[in-house]
Design a protein around this ligand. Structure first.
Ligand code: FE
Length: 347
């Protein structure tokens, strides 16, 4: 259902406040052909209303002819910023970039962040942004989860459906997403609420059973029949099952790149305002599926690149797979038990 500009201006003001935007700072709003007009209009008003110097940078699209779907995350590779020095300079000179275009998994994003610029991605439709308006408590949950994630060197995930897989962790930093950017050089995504890291190179081994009801993104569909993945030394070496497995295998094969089968980020959702069932209510092109990525107690793993965390894999195919009813252990500590987050008080 629609939301009003007044609600969105208020939401942006809240998020920019949590992101410590101060009068006189520079905000660049990065836009493209898919940018939501209401989100853009109200971001401009809120940022200007807080006394910021506000610019807009509109970019041409890339890779549309290569991607097999219209999803903004369906094909990673060059971005509109690749080799675009004037645009890069503008973003690096900004205090805060509001990414309403979707700049992800790119060397340019890493370069901008290293300059101290903050980046906040916001591309879900306005009503989802409002429903999952971030709060400081979202940060507390993710910080707690992240402290646990860095406390051991192995993650083990099991499920009654047959998943039993281990991942070595610690080689790459933890990704913490709570929906606002309160430190220089920080990237975040409104809406979100999860923590993740990237599996150590070559360390993932076992079986992952993507069960009926689990979600494939960018396919944006619920799996109808189990997909059995055999994982060996960091790569999926077999995809077995019925029609869902065949579709997944054909999609991944189409990239003709062995790196698409690598295990990428692994983690779990902490966001109680996100829901597993939401994806079934939206047209595929109306959302990028942040409910699915963030709902509390999911086990979210992915395939493909790890360059965002400093790794060397840059494959164009990236599939996020949120799963239900899994038990996730970090070392000896159970952090998700059959799909329910277990909270631990850390010293
Ligand atoms: Fe991902």
């Amino acid at each position: 259902m629609p939301v009003s500009d007044a609600q969105m201006v208020s939401a942006w003001t809240h998020v920019l406040g949590l992101s410590r935007l101060e009068a006189g700072q520079s905000v660049t709003i990065l836009t493209g052909p898919t940018t939501n007009e209401q989100t853009l209009r109200t971001a401009l008003i809120a940022a200007a209303g807080m006394g910021a110097v506000v610019n807009r940078l509109d970019m041409l699209p890339r890779n549309g002819e290569k991607a097999l779907s219209r999803d903004l995350l369906a094909y990673l590779g060059d971005t509109p910023l690749t080799g675009n020095m004037p645009a890069l300079a503008m973003l690096k000179e900004s205090d805060l970039v509001l990414d309403l275009m979707t700049l992800l998994f790119s060397n340019e994003q890493v370069e901008i962040l290293e300059s101290g610029t903050k980046i906040l991605l916001a591309v879900e439709p306005p009503e989802i942004l409002l429903r999952m308006l971030p709060q400081p408590s979202d940060r507390d949950l993710v910080e707690n989860a992240s402290a646990i994630l860095t406390s051991a060197d192995i993650m083990r995930v099991t499920s009654k459906a047959g998943t039993d897989v281990t991942f070595g962790i610690g080689e790459f930093p933890v990704t913490k997403e709570w929906g606002f950017v309160d430190e220089p050089g920080r990237w975040d995504h409104w809406p979100s609420g999860f923590c993740a890291t990237f599996a150590n190179e070559g360390s993932s081994n076992g079986t992952i059973v993507i069960d009926a009801g689990d979600i494939l993104l960018p396919q944006k569909c619920y799996v109808n029949s189990p997909i059995h993945l055999t994982v060996k030394d960091g790569f999926i070496i077999e995809i077995a099952g019925g029609i869902d497995a065949a579709m997944l295998r054909e999609y991944m094969d189409s990239f003709e790149d062995p790196e698409v089968y690598a295990i990428s980020h692994i983690g779990w959702g902490t966001q109680t305002k996100a829901h597993w069932s939401t994806l079934g209510l939206y047209d595929r092109e109306a959302t990028i599926g942040m409910d699915a990525r963030a709902f509390s107690g999911n086990f979210l793993f992915s395939t493909g690149p790890n360059n965002e965390a400093g790794g060397s894999r840059t494959t164009a195919c990236h599939i996020d797979i949120p799963m239900r009813n899994c038990t996730v252990r970090i070392g000896d500590l159970t952090v998700v038990e059959e799909g329910k987050v277990i909270l631990h008080k850390l010293p």
